[in-house]
Design a protein around this ligand. Sequence first.
Ligand code: ADP
Ligand code: MG
Length: 758
Amino acid sequence: MLQTVTTLRDPLIRPLGRKASDALEKVFGLHTVGDLLRHYPRRYYTRGELSGLAALREGDHVTVLARVATARLVPMQRWRNHPQKGGLRERAEVTVTDGTARLTLTFFARATFHVRVLQPGKLGLFAGTVSTFRGHRQLVHPEFELLPESLADDRVTEELAAEYATEMIPVYPASAKLSSWQISKAVQVVLDTLDATEDPLPEEVRQRHGLWPREMAIRAIHRPQDKADLGPARTRLKWDEAFALQAALAQRRLAAAAMPAMPRPPVPDGIAAEFDKRLPFTLTEGQRFVGEVIARDLSCAYPMNRLLQGEVGSGKTVVAVRAMLQVVDAGGQAALLAPTEVLAQQHYRSITQLLGPLASAGLLGGAEHATRVALLTGSTGKAARRSALSDVFTGDAGILIGTHALLEDRVQFADLGLVVIDEQHRFGVEQRDALRDKAAGARPHVLVMTATPIPRTVAMTVFGDLEVSTLSELPAGRSPITTHVVPVLERPRFLERAWERVREEVEAGRQAYVVCPRIGGEAPDEEAGDEGDVADLIVGADGGTGGAADFAARRPPLAVLDMAPALADGPLSGLRVGILHGRLSPDEKDRVMTAFAAGEVDVLVATTVIEVGVDVPNATVMVVMDAERFGVSQLHQLRGRVGRGDAAGLCLLVTEAPEASQSRERLDAIAATADGFRLSRLDLEQRREGDVLGAAQAGRQSSLKMLRLLSDEDLIAFARQEASAVVEGDPQLAAHPALRNAIDDLLGPQRAEFLDKA
Ligand code: ADP
Ligand code: MG
């Protein structure tokens, strides 16, 4: 056969043919040779050391290396007693062992064949889904491949020898449709003709950090000669990911800094100054400091790109309002983008209230320096929408608040100077870009805010083009939140006590939330995170992903529409119970929130629509039902809704997850710490990195495979340094074609937008 050269960017069909490439595409979404070679082994077996069979968990799809211990034919009861077919049917029952534990392999079809082939003493790879039969773990009809005992073994065929050229046997992430060794064979075919000598990492960078050439690393990760190969191979492949990503971000930063922006310096006696005088509280030191930094940013002739992170309740909104007013004073406009209807409405209410007469330009009672605040959401009525759009177009409205309805084309600003994006974790780079594009001519300044604190490396990657500021203190007088886990199965009494606590708080004039994962009613499958108006924008939101991996409750998750009447007729009878969820019309939502804020509702039974930003200081207790269904950050956000006033907050996480399960550990960790930073690390550890990156960076299957944002902090920092230097010297990467390709491969088709929109 003609041996052509295979490169990383070739489609898989070239070296593998249609059948194999179709299977890889269908099962794992792999298109190119590079994609396949980035489908890294999950682990390696050494021929002498067998898999630990005792640790296998029911339901897992596993590939194990084990030795056949026994193989026999077993007559099947049902057939033996069958009058016509008596005694004819048998199954093969094979046990394999790792030396200590055993695993049963059961074959109903071709039983005699399997007993003949799987002779005691044979070594093989076996793959299947672990189930339990009469207390024993088993694989039913596993796929298998017998292996030579050692490479010196004379039974080794040439084909096997090539595939398992060392004592280390790679085990690939596999599925029932595609076994580890089928993948291994495909990899072997590709490696036989691979040429990947073109290296995206410049020689000096490799030297400085002692990195292997790329091709050497690729070959070693799939076919290690020795365990010692794995370390340097992995490091090098991590560098590839980190370096390409950081180079792309450096390009983006550079392009952004080259854009002109309109400077919006503060004026001494404008609305901003009036606003400060009107504030009913003193700013915290952090708010004042960040405010000064932002004021300076806004005065520059290139756009601000700042991320403001701060714990739930740290007072980010006021910081944003002051920035917006500075821009208004300078003759510009500001837009505030909120992730949900409920939050947009709340911002509108609280900001107009804080502004008072300063928000009533042209109206009776309006202050001398005044502007107008407009609200625009998916549900804004026709007339109100028309007047909002017109005020924004003429410039009469200095501030526009809304949901992603702000991104629509017909929203046109007279002079958009500042874009504020609240709760950034819900939005991807795309939304930031769409809004930014609304400024005619010069770029607007951008401030994004998040209450989910972001570890340094995530900030360097996901938000790699942003400067970061942090509000680390809460305003004085804020009360701490106490969190307890309520394990209903072990302690049913605790749940009764929880409802008693809710009654006590209400009797003391306080209010409560009860959060359920599901709405209920005619959509039984609906899950958490049901804010219909943003569901399609949520990028890597943590709704449920940290959820019930290890613990699948036997019943559907609890629903608002069931829970509310059950509480009103049961443990909370006599209290005023309201409901809030994503299927209510925006008007109804607003009505419910207004009633709750006014104290006309005692207990609000809700879905996660209340997750972000909702601010009702009189609410002091939150009971989260089926708490294990929610992600770590989500629970942290949720409990931030209580304890916002001067009374202490209490959050009760109700769960049926058994003691010592992973779910329970997660809930215990949340109960044990109020430190959002630690929790966000915990959260990140439990998610795939791909979920953490925005769509522009993780849109494709082949995003970060090797890099771990948490544990590879140092590597990422070095890569950032090196990549920035390369990009500064050669912004278009004209002299670095291999790096250009690597960026393309990493970011996929979105790359153009990702970079060009900077
Ligand atoms: P978050 O950072 O979670 O968005 P908010 O901006 O919603 O927090 O602020 C939470 C509450 O704290 C609001 O009611 C706000 O008016 C109030 N607040 C903000 N700054 C201060 C301050 N310096 N002192 C007292 N209360 C403040
Ligand atoms: Mg907020």
